[in-house]
Structure formats: structure tokens, C-alpha cells
Design a protein around this ligand. Structure first.
Ligand code: SAM
Ligand code: FES
Length: 357
């Protein structure tokens, strides 16, 4: 298996058969080998700098009903909230003072935030903080809407594809949602010039090795600037309440493989990873991740944005989270930087981008 990992490192891709082989013949030794190689690749591309994103969870209303998600429409126990524009701007102000230069507005698919409202909000944030990047993560929209967001100044967009296999997708979502539409949204986002983030949950119910093979192949083809992966964790008020969580070992191994396949990608060590293990985020960075996303949402709403049970950092002030993560990164020889933390394209990509201008 080490040869396959070396091959992935050198070629930055594998065939379907090779992926299947690598993902189905795991051992502690090969896992460790991939993770330490990925750690070196991260250092080569991004040094010991870790980028921070201030996460603002601005609404937990959602029109969708994904079977795994705690803020799904059918969860009658969820206490719904929306932040006002002033509250969101206050989160940005606090974040800016703490050194954040990227804000991530994340929420359910909430019809209250019409295109006009979102565009106005994007304009206001970019006007107040022109040196900051703005990332949106508000789900599937039309091309027209994505274009309006982009023209208003949004820089990045996170939309995990969740699983690249349509049959698996169908087991995680109601019929009203489609894998093809989600993938297509990602292609549109890339076309519009967003730094685009895809990703999947590790160990989601019914996930097979073949599904994971499709995830890696899809991600290679899409070539996103960001990839968010984290363990699936059950939420008590969803149909998947009894399902097992994704594991630390699997998440770290896949993070490492992603770093080897997409050496320049921005890869977060996610809150879900920190939830399943007290050192999850540190181990994530040591396996190739280079981004952390402390929470900037007001403490009063944190517990309401409960995507899964046991989510960490729901009682801490923004400053506490920022400093806690700063210390955690220092313990592993890294430092959080006050920087937009844009994607750094590789040399081939740079010339491709210039030629297509
Ligand atoms: N509505 C937006 C969207 O669909 O992209 C953003 C919010 S959505 C809640 C953000 C991500 O949370 C999803 O893409 C999913 O991967 C993750 N998520 C939801 N429920 C989860 C669970 N039970 N365990 C782990 N991750 C979960
Ligand atoms: Fe939130 Fe540690 S990152 S308290």
C-alpha cells in the first residue's frame, strides 16, 4: 500500500482500481505513513501557518430535511433563530478585533434571506471590511443567485457534496434533493470564480468503500480550492439517531489522502473532528489540514445550531475559542495567522488560470 501512497504523492491521482485497493487494505502502518507524508506536504505548501475562519451561524431555519442533520425541517425540537443584520455585523466586528480576516456566513436554507437581503448584507460586510474575505455556506441556489452573491463581493462558497454516489445520496436525503443538482451547483460556483469548497461526512450511514472511491474521483475532477470533511455524528432528533459516528482514524487518513491528491487545497480540521476526540483538530493538522474555524456566533444561539450531538465550543465566547485554538496550534508547532488565507494555486494551475484569462 505504501507504493500507492507514494504514487498518489507523485502523480496527485489514482485510478478507480487503485483507490479501491488503497481504501480497502488499511493498516496502522500505512495510515501513519500517509499522515506523516501529508503533514510534510502541508508544510511545504503552507509552512506552519494555519488559517482561521470566523464562523457565523446566522440562521438555523432550513427548508431541507437531510436525514442526518439536527436543523432539518422536521426536527420540531430545534429552537429556531435568525440573527439580525446588526447582530451579524457585530460578530464581524468582534472577529476583526480578534484578528480574523475571513468571515464565514453559514446557515440552513432559509427563505427569509432573499437574494436582495443577502446581497445587501454582503455589500455591507465587504464595505466595512474590505481587507477580509467573505465565505458563504447557505446551500443550493440558482446560478442567477450565486452570480448575484459573487457580484456583491462574496469570495468563497462552501457546499459539501456530501457523497458523490447518487444511490448513497438517496439514502441520506429525501427524494426532493438530488446528487446531480448538488454537484452541478459546485460546478457553477467554480465557473463564477468562487473559491469553492466541496466535501463529505466520514462514516455517514451506508457509506461504502465504493462510495468513498467516487468521492475522491469526483473531488479530483472538480479540483475545489477547499475540501471540508469531518466525521458524521448522530443527532438524537433525526432518523439516524442510532447510527454510529465516523471515526478519528478514518477522518485523519482521508484528510491525508486529500492533502496528497490536492496539495494546495485549503483543508479544515473541523469542529466535528474536535468533537469526537479532544485532540481531533490538532491531529487533523498533523495529518494535512491547514485551516481551523472557531465560532463567532453569539453564545446565546450556539446551542441552537446543533447539527449533531455533543458539539464542542457551544458555551465559549468568540475570544475564548480564538485563543484556545491559538494555544492548541502552538502546541503542535504551528501558528494561527491574521490573514485572508486565500488558496495558493500550484505552478501548473497558475499558468492555466493565466492562459484562460
Ligand atoms: N445549508 C448549508 C449546506 O447545505 O451546505 C450549510 C449548513 S449544513 C448544516 C453544513 C454541513 O454540516 C453539511 O454540509 C453536513 O456535511 C454537516 N452536517 C450536518 N449534519 C451533520 C452530522 N450529523 N454530523 C456531521 N456533520 C453534519
Ligand atoms: Fe472553542 Fe477551544 S476552540 S473553546
Amino acid at each position: 500500500m505504501k507504493e500507492l501512497i507514494d504514487r498518489l504523492y507523485e502523480m496527485e491521482q489514482l485510478s478507480r482500481e487503485e483507490w479501491k485497493m488503497l481504501l480497502s487494505h488499511r493498516s496502522e502502518e500505512t495510515d501513519q505513513y500517509a499522515r506523516s507524508l501529508a503533514d510534510k506536504v502541508r508544510q511545504k505548501v503552507y509552512g506552519n501557518d494555519i488559517y482561521v475562519r470566523g464562523l457565523i451561524e446566522f440562521t438555523n431555519y432550513c427548508r431541507n430535511d437531510c436525514y442526518y442533520c439536527g436543523i432539518r425541517r422536521s426536527n420540531k425540537n430545534a429552537q429556531r433563530y435568525r440573527l439580525t443584520e446588526d447582530e451579524i455585523l457585530f460578530c464581524c466586528q468582534q472577529g476583526y478585533e480578534l484578528g480574523f480576516r475571513t468571515f464565514v456566513l453559514q446557515g440552513g436554507e432559509d427563505g427569509y434571506y432573499t437574494d436582495d437581503k443577502m446581497v445587501e448584507l454582503i455589500h455591507k460586510i465587504k464595505e466595512k471590511y474590505p481587507d477580509c474575505a467573505l465565505t458563504l455556506s447557505v446551500g443550493e441556489k440558482s446560478e442567477e443567485t450565486y452570480r448575484a452573491y459573487r457580484e456583491a463581493g462574496a469570495d468563497r462558497y462552501l457546499l459539501r457534496h456530501e457523497t458523490a454516489d447518487p444511490a448513497h445520496y438517496g439514502k441520506l436525503h429525501p427524494d426532493s434533493m438530488s446528487c446531480e443538482n448538488r454537484k452541478n451547483c459546485l460546478r457553477v460556483l467554480k465557473k463564477l470564480g468562487f473559491q469553492t469548497g466541496a466535501g463529505f461526512m466520514v462514516g455517514s450511514p451506508y457509506q461504502t468503500v465504493d462510495d468513498l472511491v467516487e468521492d475522491f474521483i469526483f473531488l479530483k475532477e472538480l479540483n475545489p480550492e477547499m475540501v471540508g470533511i469531518g466525521p458524521f455524528i448522530a443527532h438524537q432528533d433525526t432518523p439516524f439517531r442510532e447510527e454510529k459516528s465516523g471515526t478519528l482514524e478514518d477522518t485523519l487518513f482521508y484528510l491525508a489522502l486529500l492533502r496528497l491528491m490536492l496539495p494546495h487545497a485549503l483543508l479544515p480540521a473541523t469542529t466535528a473532528l474536535g468533537t469526537i476526540h479532544p485532540k481531533g483538530r490538532e491531529l487533523g493538522v498533523k495529518s494535512g489540514a491547514n485551516v481551523v474555524m472557531p465560532n463567532l456566533s453569539p453564545v446565546s444561539v450556539r446551542k441552537k445550531y446543533m447539527l449533531y450531538d455533543g458539539k464542542i465550543c457551544t458555551g465559549d465566547e468568540a475570544a475564548e475559542c480564538r485563543h484556545c485554538l491559538g494555544r492548541r496550534m502552538e502546541m503542535i508547532g504551528c501558528q494561527i495567522v491574521s490573514d485572508r488565507g486565500d488558496y495558493k494555486p500550484g505552478c501548473c494551475e497558475r499558468s492555466e488560470r493565466n492562459n484562460s484569462r
